[in-house]
Design a protein around this ligand. Structure first.
Ligand SMILES: *[C@@H]1O[C@H](CO)[C@@H](O)[C@H](O)[C@H]1NC(C)=O
Length: 225
């Protein structure tokens, strides 16, 4: 079975966004081994707002009660303890947390002893992220210092969505603006909060929470290639 590394934020209270973990998890779990990691390791904090918002979402509810998932969260390794060579794909879950921690976490950028996530990407592995999970990639560059986003088709949480959420002033930077400034060819769905997934080679991105399930499907397709 292929293996996928799910990366969660450790930043509290912002945390990770429940459906963005739950939806791809249940798409991929029957077909892949999934490990969890976060900057601080065990029990990364879930975003409480997402638990309330998705209290009627079957997979989100199941994820929180799932004994296998609970064990994976409780045993999540620190980023410094994981190695890119053990995985075929990496997946960054959103929530505002990654904008605060993963964006600037040196272990995230290096991902253990394996060089950068760009190395991960250059070595033919899948790099995927949804929503604010894209923030985890803003510091990822190649040896020449070129961003992983440069010249790539990509999506991620939009400024309009941030305004609707009322969080524009609460975050250190805008995911959309940063992707654009790093040279990404950024596009969005026609309407805010509609699902949107962009695949450019091995870089797979989703715009918002509703994009996490279709992004999971694209990750699966890429793993099965
Ligand atoms: C990027 O998007 C453009 C415009 O939609 C498209 O023509 C091009 O084929 C895309 N490139 C890749 C590598 O997917």
């Amino acid at each position: 079975m292929p293996s996928v590394l799910f990366v969660f934020s450790s930043a509290a209270p912002q945390g990770w966004y429940l459906p963005e973990a739950a939806h791809p998890y249940y798409v991929l779990a029957p077909h892949a081994t999934i490990d969890f990691t976060s900057p601080n390791g065990a029990n990364p904090p879930v975003n409480e707002g997402s638990v309330q918002m998705y209290e009627k979402d079957q997979e989100s509810v199941k994820f929180l009660a799932d004994e296998t998932v609970k064990a994976k969260l409780a045993n999540a390794k620190k980023l410094s303890e994981v190695s890119a060579k053990d995985y075929d794909a990496i997946y960054y879950i959103g929530g505002h947390g990654p904008v605060f921690d993963l964006a600037v976490d040196p272990e995230n950028i290096k991902l253990g002893n394996e060089g950068s996530n760009f190395f991960f990407y250059q070595s033919g592995k899948i790099v995927s992220a949804v929503c604010h999970g894209l923030a985890a990639l803003v510091g990822v560059t190649d040896a020449q210092g070129k961003s992983i986003f440069a010249g790539k088709n990509v999506t991620g949480f939009s400024n309009v969505e941030e305004e609707i959420l009322g969080t524009t002033k609460e975050i250190p930077f805008s995911t959309e603006d940063r992707i654009v400034s790093l040279g990404g060819k950024y596009t969005t769905a026609d309407k805010p909060y509609e699902p949107k997934v962009v695949v450019d080679g091995l870089l797979l991105t989703g715009q918002n929470p509703g994009s996490s399930s279709p992004l999971g499907e694209e990750i699966l397709k890429a793993l099965q290639k």
